[in-house]
Design a binder for this molecule. Structure first.
Ligand code: ATP
Ligand code: MG
Length: 456
């Protein structure tokens, strides 16, 4: 660190006019380690070797000194190599539209010829500053990503509270009931508990109680002996047994069929399973976690979920707050996802337009983190420019249309519109509508109820 502060920042000047190049070197060498290039190949070579954080770029480079093709190509290559590079475009007065085009491609700023040295110095200083902040931020995020929460990101007090709870419960053997809307990170939280526990080298077995047909669930969970029913050609261990010495995660526990609840309860009480058609009780060493995005209290009141089972599972409750209630996390997550998918799919994309950020903040995020992640992934793949726009995020019509209404009115109107559109697209099939919207079926029902939308 100390060395970095005494070391001068490297600045690459790309300029084909030899005289101008010499002038700039002379004017800037007092503050920076100035590197010079007269054309695109040399500029790229220097970038490769020296990774200068800031570059000034003349758009008219040979062999196309009168056009901007070489310059724009150089810009694209520099940003592709290092999306955090700050490229300052230097351009003729009458070529302003090219400068703007370059900004659209991800250039940091532009300045017109003849270059005023003092003005240029101010822009460079600011670019160096921004670049340093971004790099520090990226370092922090990298460290965040490697933290023991298995990629669960967030700096809001609301999610930090969840992290704190995960830290505490992971050292115990107590069952935990994780609750929260669809896409809030319940499975991620369950996994984090497992990974931080003494069972981390054992299996983490997930069973989605809502997705497995009722008739198969019993054998999936408890296993069966050969010949115990038609089709049981071989003996099979159930998932509970497979979780031996590890963690069993019962996802969507609210959908657990009534007729199997007693059997599950018995297992939770004595940690023994009996395979279907089997005669012996097998001792299993598992820690049980469960999750639900439905209102279990309601299922309890209506008698669809056994109270004794509920108390067994919900010794500790871990509610995960919806994304819209996590102060500051939308931007943090959005930027992290942008970086993740840009480096995988489209290196050119490096940020959001201010309008896009504003819309991200005000969106309702019924599908929570999953919806945010999916939107950004899609946008990064499809984006034409360097900064994601509301259109890239498919959040555009809503914004312009509802401007001027109160936030709540606008959100409701937008929700209604999106739900109705999705229902129409899926010809009224609610399962498909829910998955289209990235939310669970119960969440969709709730939303329809709130918005007064009838099923048909
Ligand atoms: N805090 C977070 N940081 C980074 N990624 C997250 C975070 N929370 C959730 N995700 C991501 O969002 C997606 C949904 O998370 P997860 O499957 O854990 O949600 P869930 O609550 O189990 O959803 P559902 O109720 O629909 O099953 C995953 O891709 C996950 O990696
Ligand atoms: Mg889940």
């Amino acid at each position: 660190m100390a060395q970095q502060q005494t070391e001068r920042v490297r600045l690459l000047v790309v300029e084909d006019d030899e005289e101008l190049r010499a002038q700039m070197k002379w004017g800037l060498s007092g503050d920076y380690e100035v590197l010079l290039a007269g054309d695109r190949p040399i500029a790229l070579e220097i970038c490769e070797r020296e990774s200068p954080p800031v570059v000034t770029l003349d758009l008219g480079l040979p062999p196309d000194s009168d056009g901007v093709g070489e310059g724009l190509l150089a810009l694209a290559h520099i940003l592709e190599r290092d999306p955090l590079s700050k490229v300052i475009i230097i351009t003729g007065r009458e070529e302003k539209e090219h400068a703007l085009q370059a900004i659209g491609l991800g250039a940091y700023d532009y300045i017109t010829k003849p270059v005023e040295l003092e003005e240029l110095k101010v822009i460079i200083r600011r670019a160096v500053h921004v670049s340093r902040l971004e790099r520090e931020h990226r370092e922090l995020q990298k460290r965040f990503g490697e933290d023991p929460f298995e990629g669960m990101l967030g700096a809001s007090p609301q999610i930090q509270e969840v992290f704190e709870k995960i830290r505490k419960v992971s050292t115990t053997e107590t069952p935990v009931l994780i609750t929260g809307e669809s896409g809030t990170g319940k499975e991620l939280a369950a996994n984090a508990i497992h990974v931080r526990s003494a069972r981390k080298d054992g299996p983490f077995v997930v069973i989605n109680c809502g997705a497995i047909p009722e008739t198969l669930l019993e054998s999936e969970l408890f296993g069966h002996e050969k010949g115990s029913f038609t089709g049981a050609h071989i003996q099979r261990k159930g998932r509970i047994e497979k979780a031996h010495r590890g963690t069993l995660f019962l996802d969507e526990i609210g959908e657990f069929p009534a007729h199997l609840q007693v059997k599950l309860l018995r297992f939770l009480e004595d940690k023994k399973v009996e395979r279907i058609g089997g005669r012996e009780l097998i001792q299993v060493d598992v820690r049980v976690l469960a999750a639900t995005n439905t209102d279990l209290d309601k299922a309890l009141r209506e008698g669809r979920f056994r109270e004794d089972l509920y108390y067994r599972l919900a010794v500790i409750k871990m509610p995960i707050p919806p994304l819209r209630e996590r102060n500051g996390d939308i931007q943090l997550l959005a930027k992290a996802f942008l970086q993740r998918y840009a480096s995988k799919n489209n290196n050119r994309v490096n940020s959001f337009t201010p309008k896009a950020l504003q819309i991200l903040e005000s969106h309702m995020w019924h599908g929570n983190v999953r919806e945010l992640e999916n939107r950004i992934k899609r946008a990064v793949i499809m984006a034409e420019g360097a900064r994601l726009t509301p259109a890239d995020l498919e959040l555009t019509t809503a914004y312009t249309k509802y401007q001027g209404q109160s936030l709540r009115e606008a959100r409701e109107a937008l929700d209604r519109e999106l739900v109705l559109q999705a229902m129409a697209r899926n010809k009224g099939n609610l399962t498909r509508t829910a998955s289209d919207l990235g939310i669970s079926r119960p969440t969709l029902y709730e939303l329809m109820h709130k918005l007064g939308i009838e099923k048909n």
